[in-house]
Each structure stands twice: as C-alpha cells, then as structure tokens.
Design a protein around this ligand. Structure first.
Ligand code: ZN
Ligand code: ZN
Length: 66
C-alpha cells in the first residue's frame, strides 16, 4: 500500500471484512465505535476481563470506558 491511498487497508473501504470463509465482522480500523460500548464479564476473558468492547462488534477493546 502507498501513502496516497485513502482506502482503508483492512477492509478496502467496505466497512467490514471476512475473517474466515463464513463470517464477516465490522472493520475495527474504520469503525468509529459510535454505537457505544459494553463491558466484558469479569470472568472468562483473561487479560481483557472487565474491559470495554465496541457494541458494533468490530472487536476493539479498551481497558477503561472510552
Ligand atoms: Zn476498514
Ligand atoms: Zn468499533
């Protein structure tokens, strides 16, 4: 990819991509996380337990509420 490109390198501008042959997800690179956040349970998520996860489902997680 070059510096001139304005298209998201992850999803090609589609806003989502396939992470395997059967499943797609919102692109975490160009997701604006504008749908809000939900908190992961404090058990079962290892290092990310209790972290905040983007409601759009892009997979972005933050330790503190954004
Ligand atoms: Zn993208
Ligand atoms: Zn997001």
């Amino acid at each position: 990819m070059t510096k001139e490109t304005t298209v998201c390198p992850r999803c090609g501008g589609a806003g989502w991509y396939k992470y395997d042959s059967n499943h797609g997800k919102p692109c975490e690179v160009c997701c604006d996380h504008g749908r809000g956040w939900w908190q992961l349970p404090t058990e079962g998520y290892g290092d990310h337990a209790g972290w905040w996860c983007c409601k759009a489902g892009c997979g972005e997680v933050r330790e503190n509420h954004p």
